[in-house]
Design a binder for this molecule. Structure first.
Ligand code: PMP
Length: 355
């Protein structure tokens, strides 16, 4: 820490992203929930030399045609959509803009919520998950701060049904509920259809998972005209050109290629179900996943750290969160079928080694 850093940030604990090895010829990377499939061919077609030469110009602050494509896909108006440099940026704006009465979120959820709350000096009310890692929405009934719910949740993979989200919205119409649907395309139900009925609902999504564009850094929010205008106020006070020219084109093309999007997510769900079944056969505890990752552990036999270390030594990268309630588990991103077969075979070897 230099002597110039504002003292209010001296105890800030930044988010720790999963490892991004740049030279990974033999590593199987199952640690940051990226898609194992490349972006749509339509994306590659729009990133032309001509478009690249236009990088000398600033991008469109309105992010057209990306916002238009998102609006079309979700059957809302462009004024109901804002795009950002990853959904992390959108979430950051939400914490800054919408938490005068604090933020409310689960003890086990996306780790960035805690970081944003600390960054912006927001009181965080932490609601523990139940013992089986599920969210009980009635536990939120008395909470007054803005609620952040990852649905499906991370790193557990467990989804809430839409009627549970609706119950949360009904608890207090004066309280904003922000539903982070980063993984919703892998088997959960989006709350977008509730938007016409609940002005206290804001939905955040990303292109990083189901649309194979993690490196393009693209996220978006859908909500009422008023909420989106508020978020634009934040954006235009921070970085009007928050999405770069090529990512705008890439995102619009990815959104338009519904066929490819559907085939990728279906394939990922099928590979997930196959892998989960195999892990259960081996004796693992695996909560029901509606995401592109699997949260798995075998608390009776070994620690998450020992399993992580063994996989790492065999070139398989997964994620281990060393928090007290998650330390027995690892989070495994669903990769290609061949990746998962290799992962399962190394897992069997690990189990044999500890018998
Ligand atoms: N929400 C959740 C629940 C996530 O797991 C992630 C990915 N780390 C994000 C939001 C942010 O994704 P991105 O910034 O890539 O859109």
């Amino acid at each position: 820490m230099s002597r110039f850093l504002n003292e209010k940030y001296s105890s800030l604990k930044p988010y720790v992203p999963g490892e991004q090895p740049q030279d990974m010829p033999r590593l199987i990377k199952l640690n940051t929930n990226e898609s194992p499939f490349p972006p749509s061919k339509k994306v590659l077609e729009v990133i032309t030399p001509e478009q690249s030469s236009r990088l000398r110009l600033y991008s469109d602050p309105e992010c057209r045609p990306l916002t238009d494509m998102i609006a079309k896909f979700y059957k809302v108006m462009p004024s109901n959509v804002i795009t950002g440099n990853g959904s992390d940026e959108i979430l950051s704006f939400c914490f800054q803009a919408f938490c005068p009465n604090g933020a409310v979120f689960a003890d086990i959820t996306y780790g960035f919520y805690k970081v944003f709350a600390q960054f912006y000096g927001i009181d965080a009310q932490i609601i523990p998950l139940r013992d089986d890692f599920t969210i009980e929405v009635d536990d939120y009934a008395q909470a007054t701060g803005t609620v952040f719910i990852a649905n499906p949740n991370a790193p557990t993979g467990i989804a809430l049904t839409l009627d549970k989200i609706e119950r949360l919205l009904k608890q207090n119409p004066e309280r904003l509920v922000i539903v982070d649907e980063a993984y919703v395309d892998f088997g959960a139900q989006s709350a977008v259809e509730l938007l016409p009925y609940y002005s206290n609902l804001l939905i955040v999504q990303t292109f990083s998972k189901s649309r194979s564009l993690a490196g393009a850094r693209l996220g978006f929010a859908i909500g009422s005209d008023e909420l989106i205008a508020d978020l634009n106020k934040m954006k235009f006070s921070f970085n009007p050109y928050n999405v770069n020219r090529l990512s705008i084109l890439a995102g619009a093309a990815a959104m338009a290629d519904v066929k490819y999007f559907d085939s990728c997510r279906k394939e990922i769900m099928a590979i997930r179900e196959y892998t989960v079944a195999q892990l259960k056969c081996l004796g693992f505890t695996v909560p029901n996943s509606s995401t592109n990752f699997i949260f798995a552990g075998y608390p009776e036999r070994f620690s998450g750290q020992a399993y992580y270390d063994f996989l790492r030594s065999r070139g398989i990268l997964v994620r281990h969160f060393g928090e007290p309630r998650t330390t027995d588990f690892v989070r495994i991103t669903v990769g290609l079928r061949s990746d998962m077969d290799e992962f399962l075979s190394v897992t069997s070897e690990f189990l044999e080694g500890i018998e």
